[in-house]
Design a binder for this molecule. Structure first.
Ligand SMILES: [Zn+2]
Length: 349
């Protein structure tokens, strides 16, 4: 199953009808990244950004508002100033001025940038590459040769045309954390590269999936770089080391060996069930006291198959059901715990 977000509405309709020659009418230039961003972006899945949030999506919106000529602080915190700017932007673009940045607002905020471009949109690209994807570059606002290199490297990692041009597909991959890789659907396609499975325990197989872009392990702990993030946790586990816990909030600090039942299940969610998902926390982060995270038995996931978890959805239900089939002792999400898990899924073994 190809990520739905990468298919245009017309192609989806075409596929649904089973027509011969599907996609023949697709504009040739799409592969070159020269796209009508606004129109294309409307068919993609974007995170919902709203008042009260503090995260990288908010920072990205702030940079893009700056690009559109609005004055906002670039602090990643969606407060009153950001809300005023979002509403003004929405009014100016003929959108409902509700202050909520959803698909239609994202579609108007993003703009194609490439070598030589300057300004807030370039800063947003650089900010995400640096902070979300650990690319070596600075936020300068100038699309220089290093930015071209890093954009191409990112595009390659997401199986997009590596042309160095940030159009709607690349924006969506950057912002929505979507990937065009691993189109193989339910049961493994024979064409998928067989990584040395024999050599790998579950942690190293999860790491391989991360490198392939099918399971994304976050490289930070909600804005902190404390070594307790999922990428570090799994890297440690793959090397036989205990995984770090965080030291802020109610987190107990120290470290813990990730439980093998959890690791096997996470690998199976990818390998057996074919899910692509984004892991935000394993042993790190601050949770309620006695949380299974602290004992290395739980994961939090905020995106499955390119869809961000925000409220009830079929994919959320199915993912939790897969967790339970794999022996999870906890499986929380918007349906069964709307207060605690409205925007992410939690499975523990
Ligand atoms: Zn959790």
């Amino acid at each position: 199953m190809v990520a739905r977000s990468f298919l245009s509405a017309s192609l989806l309709a075409c596929l649904a009808l089973g027509a011969v020659g599907c996609g023949a009418a697709e504009p040739e230039d799409e592969a070159l990244g020269v796209v009508d961003d606004a129109e294309d972006a409307l068919t993609m899945v974007w995170p919902v950004v709203r008042s009260g949030q503090v995260n990288q999506d908010v920072t990205t919106v702030q940079y893009l508002l700056k690009a559109a000529g609005f004055t906002v602080s670039l602090d990643g915190s969606y407060g009153a100033g950001t809300e005023t700017a979002v509403k003004s932007f929405q009014r100016a673009r003929g959108l409902v001025a509700d202050g909520i940045v959803g698909t239609s607002t994202w579609a108007k905020l993003i703009a194609t940038v490439s070598s030589g471009s300057r300004g807030g949109a370039v800063e947003a690209v650089q900010y995400l590459l640096k902070n979300r994807y650990a690319k070596a570059l600075s936020v300068t606002g100038t699309f220089d040769t290093n930015t071209v290199t890093q954009v191409k490297s990112f595009q390659q990692s997401r199986c997009l045309t590596a042309d160095g041009v940030v159009g709607s597909l690349t924006w969506n991959a950057l912002v929505g954390r979507t990937t065009n890789c691993g189109g193989g659907g339910t049961s493994g396609s024979s064409s998928s590269p067989s990584t040395p499975a024999a050599s790998g325990g579950p942690a190293s197989r999860i790491l391989s999936a991360h490198r392939a872009g099918t399971v994304t392990l976050w490289n930070q702990t909600f804005g902190r770089y404390d070594g307790a993030d999922p990428l570090n946790n799994i890297t440690d586990a793959a090397s036989g080391r205990p995984a770090k816990r965080s030291c802020y909030g109610s987190a107990p600090c120290g470290s813990v060996y990730l439980q093998s039942g959890m690791l096997n299940a996470v690998a199976a969610l990818r390998e057996r069930y074919g899910y692509r998902f984004f892991v935000t926390t394993i042993a790190g982060g601050s949770h309620s006291s006695g949380s299974y995270h602290y004992s290395g038995r739980a994961i939090d996931v905020d995106e499955v198959n390119g869809q961000r978890i925000y409220g009830n959805s079929t994919v959320a239900d199915q993912f939790l059901s897969a967790c339970r089939s794999l022996g999870a002792v906890e499986a929380f999400g918007p349906r069964n715990d709307p207060n605690g898990h409205w925007d992410h899924l939690h499975c523990a073994w």
